[in-house]
Design a protein. Structure first.
Length: 482
């Protein structure tokens, strides 16, 4: 039987709570990206264990539909074959297992929410929301204190805990709408006002980071949901989200523009720079990255060059270890067929969510707003991922897994109750599942150990005969080329 303690969701929420606060260097020269990756890998190991103990009593409703299951089998099956023919099988299998365990993590969270009820999802949202509130207050305190001292802050000082401000905005693509969701699911009026205030603060930090992909994603998600779903409650939530954005803009202008100007400083943040880049270079220099990905697709249409291997092929560009486009990334690394399976699984998942709006309509305004939030986040993630690396960075990957698990578990809880799947009585089945999970973890450790040990010993590891000179091109690790 599955344990009463929801291990996977607890581990995931805890990781999201602490991931922006890993300020103490874990090894000499360590930034924030690599410790966040180590924390993520630890959560994935917990997910592998949770899968072993949760599977026997998993409710039928938590399992994906037949089409989604076939699509996922096709995606990971073709990806496994592509990994076997890659330049570095170790790196390819690491990426393959990494995505497989992220999916397992989302499944475990969904199972635990379906098992413990929507109130457990509300607790998880509150835990990660507390992390967002603490981080927002810390970031604003830093800005106010530095302006008071007459100091012009460095870029990373405004959004501490991230090696690049973009990595923070990637996480906001999921966390921003979820904060607005938490604000409507809290029944206490005082709590609602508090979480709407936190949402406004989170908006202000988005303007600080100048995250165009996040802004575009949230805009696309709310616009599509408001247009396609003729439900006044859902539209009300979308409008409330944007009204909180207006409040966040006013807060940004006060704290990060007016206050520094009054102290004789230049306004803090990257909002004006983002506007200038949008006018002068809308794609922000991504054409070479996209062109390389397209060339790799044409050269290797069926199997791709292998998972994670865009990082190897792009080392001469010195621009990035991923194409800043999840569709091109999958097509160039996993092949066109695997990408087709992934697109089909995503499309069917969104379709199941869309069809569930009728169930939500029968359960009151809160559930209809929850339904709107799931749709907005899904569309925002897909849109942002077409122009950014939100599908690559460790914190944003955990946020996406958190969203998938919550939406899936909530959807299962909305359906009529079904009898739990009967546990298989044969001991060999339990042992086989445990051996499978242990093998996955061991292969993952084998995949990440050389680079991790090199970091702990402050050395450099290069799998390629042409060592890279880049020091900050994150993919799996901070220096992503190999």
């Amino acid at each position: 039987m599955a344990p009463a303690w929801p291990a996977a969701s607890c581990a995931l929420a805890t990781a999201l709570l602490f991931s922006p606060f890993l300020y103490r260097p874990w090894w000499p020269g360590a930034g924030f990206h690599d410790p966040q990756r180590v924390l993520q890998l630890a959560v994935l190991v917990v997910a592998a264990w949770a899968w072993c103990v949760a599977w026997p009593s998993a409710a039928v409703a938590v399992h994906p539909s037949r089409v989604v299951s076939v699509s996922l089998i096709g995606f990971f099956g073709f990806g496994l074959v592509a990994s076997g023919g890659a330049f570095s099988v170790r790196h390819a299998l690491t990426e393959w297992l990494h995505l497989l365990l992220l999916w397992t993590l989302a499944w475990c969270v969904a199972h635990e929410i379906a098992r413990h009820g929507p109130h457990w999802m509300d607790r998880l949202l509150a835990i990660v929301g507390i992390g967002c509130a603490l981080y927002a207050m810390l970031a604003m305190a830093i800005a106010l204190s530095m302006a008071w001292a007459g100091q012009q802050p460095l870029a990373l000082a405004l959004l501490p805990g991230f090696d690049n401000v973009r990595f923070f905005s990637h996480a906001q693509t999921v966390s921003l709408p979820l904060l607005a969701l938490l604000a409507v699911r809290i029944q206490d009026p005082t709590g609602q006002r508090f979480w709407w205030a936190v949402t406004a603060m989170w908006w202000s930090l988005l303007f600080v980071s100048g995250g165009r992909g996040t802004l575009l994603g949230v805009l696309a998600g709310t616009a599509l949901v408001s247009t396609m779903w003729a439900d006044g409650v859902a539209r009300y939530w979308c409008r409330a989200l944007w009204l909180s954005g207006l409040a966040g803009l006013l807060l940004y202008l006060l704290v990060y523009v007016a206050w520094p100007l009054s102290r004789g400083l230049v306004p803090f943040g990257f909002f004006s720079d983002a506007i200038a880049r949008s006018v002068g270079d809308p794609v922000n220099g991504r054409w070479p990255l996209w062109s390389l990905a397209a060339d790799l697709v044409l050269a290797n249409p069926l199997w791709g060059v292998g998972p994670m291997h865009y990082a190897h092929e792009a080392r001469d560009l010195q621009l990035g270890a991923h194409p800043h486009n999840w569709l091109l990334q999958l097509a160039s690394e996993w092949g066109v067929v695997a990408t087709g399976f992934a697109v089909l699984a995503i499309a069917m998942g969104l379709w199941h969510l869309w069809c569930a709006r009728r169930l939500a309509a029968q359960r009151g305004a809160t559930e209809r707003q929850t339904m709107a939030a799931w749709l907005v986040v899904g569309l925002a993630v897909l849109t942002d991922g077409m122009v950014s690396g939100s599908m690559v960075m460790p914190v944003s990957q955990l946020w996406v897994a958190f969203y998938l698990g919550c939406a899936w578990g909530w959807l299962a809880s909305q359906r009529p109750k079904q009898q739990p799947r009967q546990a298989v009585g044969h001991r060999w089945w339990y042992r086989a599942r445990a051996v499978c999970a242990a093998a996955v973890v061991l292969v993952l450790v084998w995949g990440v150990a050389p680079e991790l040990m090199a970091r702990l010993s402050n050395e450099t590891v290069a799998a390629s005969p042409q060592p890279t000179t880049a020091t900050f091109r994150p993919r799996m690790w901070r220096d992503g080329f190999f």
